[in-house]
Ligand binder design. Structure first.
Ligand code: PRX
Length: 636
């Protein structure tokens, strides 16, 4: 191993071999109402409890404790290029707004353990609501605005929220997305509708309709609580803070459940070790609060660390492709976190946009969520002249599994690699079939030896058995957490991610299950069968393609009816899953290639769609099906 790495590996080793000692030290980064008496309880693996006996609160650590030294420092900087509004909240003002929002929730009967579903565009009230929930010990479940009514209904039925907090609408490139209408529809579809809907009327939807007795105006409720001071609810460290739904191989998303104390400690440590951020500096994370990156690095991480955090509503290329760099200049952003897709979008624009702003405040750009290709990484590194760190993690882990750790030691960056195992993560690459650890440069599945470090999911909401079955049963002889990603590792411990081993695809950094998209396509009553595969895409990394068998094949003979059906199927996906899952293309075929036991050969379909060899076809039932796919994807 190179000398350059000799110090970080020791740090990492310590975090694994003396995990208790390591995390006990890290725990002092946050404020505890009552100190913990046990660092970790691993008596029920794979379930883990960090900081047992300790009591704390995420909102207290993100807001209240900074009032002493940072009362007038910017806490939340809201910038909307959609509405052309900017508003900055100091820690004092953030505290005020969070208290008002918490008072509103409390008035509506919310108590510790209740769920509140937040379905909001990128507005400050969404952040107030998240913090207000954790202040009260209520559990938030933020749902990304790109999901439509049926997806929302599935999440409502799983989380059974007492309230939904939503807005009349969001804006994307000036086009309104009517959130409230989607919520109404979702509630109609749900079996466990919430008692109340709190509505933030942004004045975007002129036809906004209110359901009497159910829908309440947030502004009015807030005004009745302007001076409210709501005491922090002290929580056990292992009490849940939030649920965040994520996709897997089944059509039914899993509610990733996060604890309180472990998450706070993990984020606090990452701010220094991974992001090299200092309290008082500004962080700009371009994600959405509906995703894990938004939870960890727009809201909780930077605020726990006493930073100013930017909440940006808008696109990276509007009003022009220089907007992000102007923000960096204006707010002296030190740390930026974005996605490879966003950078690829910017790379297509004129270079002068990047060079017309002074970005010298920036110390580092962090990218995650999907593979970062070398040309994109090189381009942005050379343009910004700061280190560009690829790092790899999952909704489940809440923070980076693989990363460079420059806050501990500066290590060389390698193109195409998200770095090495982050402290706390005991990463092993295992052979998919034998479960044996593979050697350098050999392909294996990225797995984590329990206990998972602080910050990771503690279970699947309401489904402990599913937590075990999904993540810990891939290998017969060892109980390890599987990420479902393949990777190789070089002699120096750098990993290279090769892609998912399951049916999950990654569209512009958004994780989607092909099954979910298939279910959405099938919601059209003409669809008899469908297979969805993810194929490579220059900008978005991957895009979904749908291969559809229709019930009445005669529809396809008539080009007008065929086009009509094409549009209807897309609309069905829009309505059921949302634009986030929209297939890039739909191919109508007369049959799907299947094995003799009836399993759809998705891997072969995917290979053909990418112009590759379809692989082993010995189990194929009917060769004609493969030929049809080949013709469909090669048609001009
Ligand atoms: O397949 C990996 C890919 O995204 C998945 C996790 O997505 P999500 O739960 O949305 O969490 C994103 C948190 C950043 C992973 O299983 N992935 C994530 N980061 C990378 C990546 N693939 C390659 N390189 C990365 N840096």
């Amino acid at each position: 191993m190179s000398n350059l790495l000799s110090s970080y590996p020791a740090f990492h080793r310590h975090s694994i071999d003396q995990a208790q000692d390591f995390w006990k030290n890290e725990a002092s980064r946050i404020d505890w109402h009552r100190p913990f008496d046990q660092v970790v309880d691993e008596s029920r693996l794979p379930f883990v409890k960090w900081f047992v006996g300790g009591q704390t609160n995420l909102c207290y650590n993100a807001v209240d404790r900074h009032l002493k030294d940072r009362a007038h420092q910017d806490a939340l900087i809201y910038i909307s290029t959609e509405t052309n509004q900017n508003h900055t909240y100091s820690y004092t003002e953030l505290h005020r707004e969070v208290n008002r929002c918490a008072a509103v929730f409390q008035q509506l009967g919310v108590v510790k353990g209740d769920r509140i579903l937040i379905y909001m565009p990128m507005v400050p009230q969404a952040v107030f609501a998240m913090l207000a929930c954790v202040r009260l010990g209520a559990i938030h479940s933020v749902v990304f605005g790109g999901f439509a009514a049926q997806s929302l209904a599935t999440r409502i039925d799983d989380a059974k929220p007492k309230l939904i907090f939503t807005a009349d609408a969001g804006l994307r490139a000036g086009k309104a997305i009517l959130y409230k209408g989607l919520v109404d529809e979702a509630i109609r579809l749900a079996n466990f509708p919430p008692e109340k809907v709190i509505l933030l009327d942004r004045g975007i939807d002129p036809h906004l309709s209110w359901v009497k007795g159910r829908d309440l105006n947030y502004e009015t409720l807030r005004e009745n609580n302007l001076d409210a001071e709501i005491p922090v609810q002290w929580l056990e460290s292992s009490d849940p803070s939030y649920i965040l739904y994520t996709s897997g191989t089944t059509g039914k998303p899993k509610g990733v459940q996060r604890d309180t104390g472990g998450y706070a400690v993990a984020l606090a440590a990452s701010m220094e070790y991974i992001y090299c951020a200092k309290p008082g500096q500004t962080m700009f994370t371009t994600s959405d609060i509906g995703w894990v990156v938004g939870h960890s690095y727009i809201v909780y991480g930077p605020l726990i660390h006493g930073m100013s955090t930017i909440l940006y509503e808008g696109l990276p290329i509007r009003p022009d492709p220089g907007i992000w760099w102007k923000i960096v200049e204006q707010y002296k952003v030190s740390v930026m976190f974005s996605s490879p897709t966003a950078i690829r979008v910017l790379k297509r624009q004129e270079a002068h946009y990047l060079h017309s702003s002074d970005v010298s405040s920036l110390q580092g750009l962090y990218l995650a969520g999907e593979p970062l290709d070398e040309p994109t990484a090189r381009w942005i590194s050379e343009a910004l002249k700061v280190p560009v760190y690829d790092h790899y993690w999952q909704t489940e882990t809440g923070w980076a599994i693989l990363s460079n750790v420059p806050g501990v030691e500066t290590s060389p960056l390698k193109w195409g690699s998200p770095g090495f195992a982050a402290y706390g993560f005991n990463v092993k690459l295992l052979d998919e079939l034998t479960g044996a650890e593979v050697g350098a440069h050999q392909k294996g599945v990225v797995t984590l030896l329990p206990p998972l470090p602080p910050g990771c999911l503690t279970t699947v909401w309401g489904q402990d058995q599913r937590f075990i079955d999904t993540y810990f049963t891939s290998f017969k002889h060892t109980q390890v957490y599987t990420t479902f990603d393949w990777a190789i590792r070089d002699e120096q411990g750098y990993y290279f991610i090769l892609g998912r081993s399951d049916d999950v695809i990654n569209v512009a950094g958004h994780r989607l299950g092909t099954r979910e998209i298939e279910e959405a396509v099938s919601s059209h009553d003409q669809v008899a069968e469908v297979a969805v595969v993810g194929v490579s895409h220059e900008i978005k990394g991957q895009v979904p393609l749908a291969f559809v068998v229709v019930k009445d094949a005669s529809v396809l003979q008539d080009s007008l009816r065929r086009q009509g059906l094409y549009k209807e199927v897309l609309e069905a996906v829009n309505k059921s899953l949302g634009p986030v899952g929209r297939p890039e293309q739909i191919h109508f075929v007369s049959m799907l290639p299947k094995t003799r036991s009836g399993k759809i050969l998705r891997r072969s379909i995917k290979a053909l769609a990418q112009g590759e060899d379809p692989g082993d076809l010995t189990t194929l039932e009917d060769m004609l099906a493969i030929e049809e796919i080949r013709r469909a994807v090669t048609k001009p």
